[in-house]
Design a protein around this ligand. Structure first.
Ligand code: ADP
Ligand code: MG
Length: 681
């Protein structure tokens, strides 16, 4: 009998395998059929012809028409990949990953084989890769190793309308190489209609329009401005869900960032639980830049019958990702943006009103598959009178130090005459040169130094890479790359569940013992985790996000590899906190601040009032002098990730930037004479 059973089992397995195969086959057939329903499909042949006839082509088509997923496949099918890869850039990492995943499914290949993606700190490609989706920043970095992009036959600068800093720089670089590489095809694709500008820039390149399908969208405004847009957004989402029949369409809410999205998710869960079984199921799908990969796919899963999906998204859903089935859009009218003051050289993240162009893109997301509705949580008056027409390109509102360093390493010296589509303010360029000079990355003539060359190898902000390069001198590169990795995660490290806040706060305080400052606390978190052999259990016990830690470990591994490349020895010096803090100061000395009488701080070089962020371990300690990682503007201008500093370090480390009077003038007022003078030694 055993044998019969065995036989049955084998048969069952074989049967199951067959079943799975045929299911997979039919799923794939459906994907292939879906490809043919996209708006771009009827234009496949004429598009291929246009690419063949012209070296540079501007492509315009509404979001969701199939530009990103289909065009690289068409080119591959037409044989372009025989001569080299097709690279397609995306402004956002999530978009690069998610689109690559989708295309690999459509082509029925394993992600990372023929179809791959490359984003900072994560390379999912192989020798086989012919379609490469990547962030615009990564292609920019590839120029450093391959200035003519010889391994590419086609470069598609996608989502060009987003006008990110990297995209704008890429424009100049690809335009230049196209001149001496006639075999290279350039596609510039955009979701908005201001394509003329791209065409003009690329020497009157022809524009290929993909007619979109768009259903009418009803726009609703609030009667009065909303005091709390997050709450208003949640209430609106619930109202739609409760009053509209389930199954008639999903909801998309635009929020400004991970924290806001997590708060909204928590509140929505709480309130729907309160309503119990009286209402249909509401599936909450968050999507933001640092969302773990395995959760990203959830937003694309079809909504089960009788339920409704509510997608809580950052600006990523404005044009980069298309989610099918959205009928309602809730638009609070805000976005988190970098802003930069070229006078002071200070950069800060802040939540600002969107532009009219953005508002219209957002509304359009509801009318893709049928008539839609958009709820703007601001007044019609606001829309018409207060919102700018277009978003200012990033190049005009950001710190350019990173880009200037990359361009300098590419041998581009005359930055003022670089072929910018919209030039950055000259002041911002000068500020960047000044900073790089202060960091010793450039010499007096504006040429790259040895230090600068090493810094350029790291895919990090110049201050962060300088901190790493400087750690060589202080013999603590091991500790410094851990800190750099922890600072680069981009998502929160500490976990603070509502019902266990006291426990979580106590766990966090452990790492701050001795008021060591936030940088050292980050190091302690990393080292302790490493000591437990990267234990997940340990993370739970200490209210630490496992995922963030794993990401830190990945980043750290890569930084370790890069250390070797720039010939910096991995040296550990865990006991010498002063050496570690001096390395940090070597990169971050422009970010130093001194305490004022009222507990606020004043930045040293370009005086401005700032505060220690309440989440900092030093928020209650208020050391006299601090160095900070970044500024975040919420209710006040806050310094985030703060460590204590000795003012004499500034003069010791950056004598060309700080004179004695900078640290003395500010220090001596309250200090007894003798102490004030001590700084001189
Ligand atoms: P465009 O670039 O013109 O905005 P895309 O090529 O991104 O258009 O999208 C075409 C279609 O592919 C959309 O209908 C979208 O729903 C689908 N799609 C894109 N990415 C994914 C994904 N990761 N998962 C599921 N569907 C996707
Ligand atoms: Mg796209």
């Amino acid at each position: 009998q055993g044998q019969v059973m065995g036989g049955e089992n084998v048969d069952n397995e074989a049967y199951q395998e067959e079943q799975e195969k045929s299911m997979a086959k039919s799923a794939h057939e459906k994907l292939l059929a879906d490809r043919k329903t996209l708006p771009v499909y009827p234009y496949r042949e004429s598009l291929l012809k246009a690419v063949e006839d012209h070296q540079v082509l501007v492509i315009v088509g509404e979001t969701g028409s199939g530009k990103t997923t289909q065009i690289p496949q068409y080119l591959h099918e037409a044989g372009y990949t025989k001569r080299g890869m097709i690279g397609c850039t995306q402004p956002r990492r999530v978009a690069a990953m998610s689109v690559a995943a989708r295309v690999s499914q459509e082509m029925n290949v394993k992600l990372g084989h023929e179809v791959g993606y490359s984003i900072r700190f994560e390379d999912c490609t192989s020798d086989k890769t012919v379609l490469k989706y990547m962030t615009d920043g990564m292609l920019l970095r590839e120029f450093l190793g391959e200035p003519d992009l010889a391994s590419y036959s086609v470069v598609m600068v996608d989502e060009a309308h987003e006008r990110t800093l990297s995209t704008d720089i890429l424009f100049g670089l690809v335009k230049d190489i196209a001149r001496f590489r006639p075999d290279l095809k350039l596609l510039i694709s955009s979701a908005t209609l201001d394509a003329e500008k791209f065409s003009d820039y690329f020497d009157s390149a022809p524009i290929f329009k993909i007619p979109g399908r768009r259903f009418p969208v009803e726009i609703n405004y609030t009667k009065a401005p909303e005091a709390d847009y997050l709450d208003a957004a949640i209430v609106t989402a619930l109202q739609i869900h409760v009053t509209q029949p389930p199954g008639d369409g999903d909801i998309l809410v635009f929020l400004t960032g991970q924290e806001e999205i997590e708060t909204a998710e928590e509140i929505l869960k709480h309130r729907t639980r309160g309503l119990g079984s009286k209402i249909a199921e509401l599936i909450i799908c968050p999507i933001y830049a640092n969302l773990p990969t395995e959760l990203q796919a959830k937003i694309f899963e079809p909504t089960p019958e009788g339920a409704r999906k509510v997608v809580l998204a950052t600006n990523i859903a404005e044009t980069s990702l298309t989610i099918d089935g959205i009928k309602y859009v809730i638009d609070p009218g805000f976005v988190k943006m970098k802003s930069y003051n070229p006078r002071t050289g200070m950069e800060s993240l802040l939540i600002t009103p969107i532009s009219k162009a953005s508002a219209n893109q957002r509304a359009g997301r509801s009318g893709r598959t049928g008539p839609g509705k958009c709820f703007r949580l601001y007044t019609a008056y606001n829309y018409f009178n207060d919102l700018d027409d277009n978003t200012v390109p990033e190049i005009q509102r950001t710190n350019l130090a990173n880009v200037v360093l990359s361009l300098k390493s590419l041998g581009i010296h005359d930055l003022l005459n670089f072929d910018f589509m919209d030039p950055p303010p000259a002041e911002a360029l000068l500020k960047a040169l000044e900073l790089l000079f202060a960091l010793s990355a450039l010499n007096k003539h504006g040429e790259l130094t040895k230090v600068g060359r090493k810094m350029a190898e790291f895919p990090l902000d110049p201050m962060l890479s300088k901190m790493i390069v400087a750690s060589d001198k202080y013999q603590c590169s091991d500790e410094i790359i851990s800190i750099a990795a922890m600072l680069s995660i981009g998502s929160s490290i500490f976990y603070r569940p509502k019902d266990k806040q006291v426990h979580a706060d106590n766990a966090r305080l452990n790492f701050h013992m001795g008021n060591v400052g936030d940088h050292i606390a980050l190091l302690k978190v990393y080292s302790s985790w490493k000591e437990t052999n990267f234990s997940t259990q340990w993370c739970y016990e200490n209210y630490i996000q496992v995922r963030s830690m794993k990401r830190a470990r990945d980043i750290r591994d890569q930084l370790e590899g890069l250390l070797e490349r720039v010939e910096i020895e991995l040296q550990s010096n865990p006991g010498d906190l002063e050496a570690i803090k001096k390395s940090i100061t070597s990169g971050y000395f422009p970010h130093s601040a001194k305490m004022q009488k009222n507990g606020s701080y004043r930045t040293v070089k370009h005086p401005q009032t700032v505060y220690i962020h309440p989440s900092s371990g030093l928020a209650q300690v208020l050391p006299r002098w601090v160095v900070y990682h970044e500024l975040v503007l919420t209710t006040k201008e806050y310094m985030r990730q703060v460590s204590e500093l000795k003012p004499e370090w500034l003069v010791e480390i950056a004598p060309h930037y700080y004179q004695l009077k900078d640290v003395e003038d500010l220090a001596s007022k309250k200090m007894p004479r003798g102490q004030g003078r001590a700084a001189k030694d």
